[in-house]
Design a protein around this ligand. Sequence first.
Ligand code: UTP
Length: 300
Amino acid sequence: MTSRLMTSRLRKVVFPVAGLGTRFLPATKVVAKEMLPVLDRPLIQYAVDEAIDAGADTLVFVTNRYKHAIADYFDKAYELESKLEQAGKNELLAAVQDTVPRHVRCVFVTQPEALGLGHAVLCAKPVIGDEPFGVILPDDLIVNGPQGGGRAGALRQMAEAAIREDAGVIAVEEVPREATGKYGIVDAAPVSDRAARIRMVIEKPRPEDAPSNLAIVGRYVLPGRIFELLEKTTPGAGGEIQLTDAIEMLLAERPVLAWRFEGTRYDCGSKLGLVKATLAMALADPALADATREFIREWN
Ligand code: UTP
């Protein structure tokens, strides 16, 4: 008998941000992909806001030794803050100071080598311990309503489902059949409108081998047990330690749900996704919407 996965709120969220970001080279030679902005906020800020919306008070960033910018971004910027204060620029000062609320702590862990997403999550083990935790891949930006619109973010929806159903929860989205080779794909039996119990996961199947077109996207709620399973995982597709391989083992021990989240996902790990996210956010911003619409019309 396994104990309950989670009885109260989700406290800890891991952000694996140690990938090489090759699709945005040469920019990612010096700028971490997660620092690329959608309008005036970097991708990591949207991800952190979603984690805090889900109840998190401990944010664990798994970085590599080149990604100082992420730690700097969440640190205090003494000189900038005093200049803004002297100039009476209070709104800007608040934007700079409010990257994380005071009750939230940020922990930085290094992934010594980019050995895959599963390995990056395993690097967070000393901070997470045996607790359930969330994982957000910041390059999957998920917006629920324009700029959130006060509705529950994807991770909050998933944390609530994890408590209600006593199950691990993984975000999924329907993708075109021909795109299954880019994702982990689940085979799952529907249990409600948004939830389905996962029977099997398969990493990057060819369309003809895919059991469905339900693709795993960058949000997970997992038990601490996943670390022991990751330690047993041998390198899979692409020589990397795959999180999906450990999830496959977890399925034998406890229920894991595929969650069709409410919201719109932008794949900001790709150039087109980043362009779409930027346009969508501009159209949702009253200060930019009319001019953006006019600009798009000129191109039609
Ligand atoms: P991606 O597959 O998007 O790889 O990783 P990438 O290196 O970030 O980008 P491209 O494909 O080369 O352009 C998915 C997530 O897993 C993290 C990445 O930072 C991203 O959030 N990751 C991946 C790690 O933290 N470590 C790894 O070893 C691999």
